[in-house]
Design a protein around this ligand. Structure first.
Ligand SMILES: Nc1ncnc2c1ncn2[C@@H]1O[C@H](COP(=O)(O)OP(=O)(O)OP(=O)(O)O)[C@@H](O)[C@H]1O
Ligand SMILES: [Mg+2]
Length: 319
C-alpha cells in the first residue's frame, strides 16, 4: 500500500476549479517533485494534503488512514509537516531561539515556566541535532531577520524537522535564492530524503533541481494532473511539452526551444551532484560556465521580498 494516496481529489473555490480529478500515490521514502505553471494548483494540493482545506471531492489516505476532516494540527502529530511558499520564521529571534522554541513546542513544553535539567539537556541535544542536519550551526547566534533569504529558508526547514516529519511538504523551497543558497537547500532536501529517510514532496520551478534529484515527477496544469513518472518518462511525454514550455526559465536566448527538447538536453547533462556542491561548484547541470537553468522566479521573489521587508519593519517598530 502506498504511503500517500489521493483518489479523484478536487477542490473548488467558488467558480474556480483549482484542482480536479487528482489521483496519485507516493511511496514511503520517495522524493517527489510537483511541477507546473503558475496557478496549476500545486499549493492547493499541499493545502489539501496538510489539512488546510478539505477537498471538494475525492479521498486522501496517509499511512493507510483517511485524512479527510482531520485538522492541520492533528496531521502534524501524525507526521505531515509542511513549509510555506512564503517563509515562516520568528524574524526577531536568533537561529538558536527559533530552533529551541520549535523543539520545546514539539515536546509540549511551551507553557511550562520551569523545566528540569534533564529535559533541558534533551532540548539542547535536539537543537544541536537540527543544527547539524541543516548545517546552520555556525550561524546559531545570528538574528534570523538579518540573515539572507536562503538562510531563513534553512531555519524554516530546521523548524519543520523539530516535529519529526514522516511526510515533508516543501512549497518552492528554493524560490528567490541565489546559486549557492539553492545548492545548499537542494543538498539538504536530498540528504533529508536519503539519510533521514523522510518522504518528501516538493514544489519546484527549477528544472535542473527537479530532474536532478526527484525520484518521480508529477506535472500539474490548470488544476489537472497531466503526467507522473521519472525524469525520463516526463521528458519523453508529449503532453508535458506545452506546460513546461509555458514556464519561464533563466536561459540564454539560443537555448530556447520546446520543453521536451529542453528536458532531453538536460537529461544528457551530468546529474545534480552533491560532490560539486561540496566543492562549491555549479551543482546543477551545465556547471558554472553552462547555461543559466534557473527559472526566473521574479513573481515569487517579489512576493517574498516585500513580505520579509514588511516583517523587518514591524520588528523595528516593535523594538
Ligand atoms: N483560497 C483560495 N481562494 C480562491 N482561489 C484560490 C485559493 N487558493 C488558490 N486559489 C486559486 O486556485 C488556483 C490554483 O492556485 P495555487 O496557489 O494552488 O497555484 P500554484 O500552482 O501554487 O501557483 P504558483 O506557482 O503561482 O504558486 C488559482 O487559480 C488560484 O487563484
Ligand atoms: Mg503555489
Amino acid at each position: 500500500m502506498s504511503f500517500l494516496t489521493l483518489d479523484g481529489v478536487g477542490r473548488r473555490f467558488g467558480a474556480v476549479q483549482a484542482l480536479k480529478g487528482i489521483s496519485l500515490s507516493v511511496e514511503k521514502g520517495e522524493l517527489r517533485a510537483i511541477i507546473g505553471p503558475n496557478g496549476a494548483g500545486k499549493t492547493t494540493l499541499f493545502n489539501l494534503i496538510s489539512g488546510y482545506f478539505p477537498p471538494s471531492e475525492g479521498s486522501i489516505k496517509f499511512d493507510g488512514q483517511p485524512i479527510l476532516a482531520v485538522s492541520p494540527n492533528a496531521l502534524v502529530r501524525r507526521g505531515i509537516i509542511r513549509t510555506f511558499q512564503i517563509t515562516q520564521v520568528f524574524l526577531s529571534l536568533s537561529v538558536y531561539e527559533n530552533l529551541r522554541v520549535a523543539v520545546e513546542t514539539a515536546m509540549g513544553l511551551q507553557l511550562r515556566p520551569w523545566i528540569s535539567r534533564n529535559v533541558r539537556n534533551q532540548v539542547e541535544a535536539k537543537v544541536e541535532e537540527l543544527a547539524a542536519i541543516t548545517r546552520i550551526g555556525p550561524k546559531m547566534d545570528r538574528i534570523v531577520g538579518e540573515m539572507s533569504h536562503g538562510d531563513q529558508r534553512v531555519v524554516e526547514v530546521g523548524i519543520a524537522l523539530s516535529r519529526h516529519p514522516k511526510l515533508l511538504l516543501l512549497d518552492e523551497p528554493t524560490a528567490g535564492m541565489g546559486d549557492e543558497e539553492t545548492n545548499h537547500m537542494t543538498d539538504l532536501i536530498r540528504r533529508l530524503n536519503k539519510e533521514q529517510g523522510i518522504t518528501i514532496l516538493f514544489v519546484e520551478h527549477d528544472m535542473a533541481i527537479v530532474f536532478g534529484i526527484a525520484d518521480r515527477i508529477t506535472v500539474l496544469d490548470n488544476g489537472t494532473m497531466l503526467a507522473e513518472g521519472t525524469a525520463r518518462e516526463i521528458s519523453e511525454n508529449p503532453a508535458c511539452n506545452r506546460p513546461i514550455s509555458a514556464m519561464r526559465w533563466r536561459r540564454t536566448r539560443h537555448e530556447r526551444g520546446s520543453g521536451n527538447r529542453w528536458c532531453a538536453h538536460l537529461l544528457r547533462q551530468e546529474p545534480y551532484s552533491a560532490r560539486r556542491v561540496a566543492e562549491g561548484g555549479g551543482g546543477r547541470a551545465g556547471g558554472a560556465a553552462g547555461p543559466q537553468w534557473r527559472w526566473q522566479n521574479h513573481h515569487h521573489a517579489q512576493r517574498d521580498e516585500p513580505h520579509a521587508a514588511k516583517s523587518r519593519q514591524c520588528e523595528t517598530v516593535r523594538a
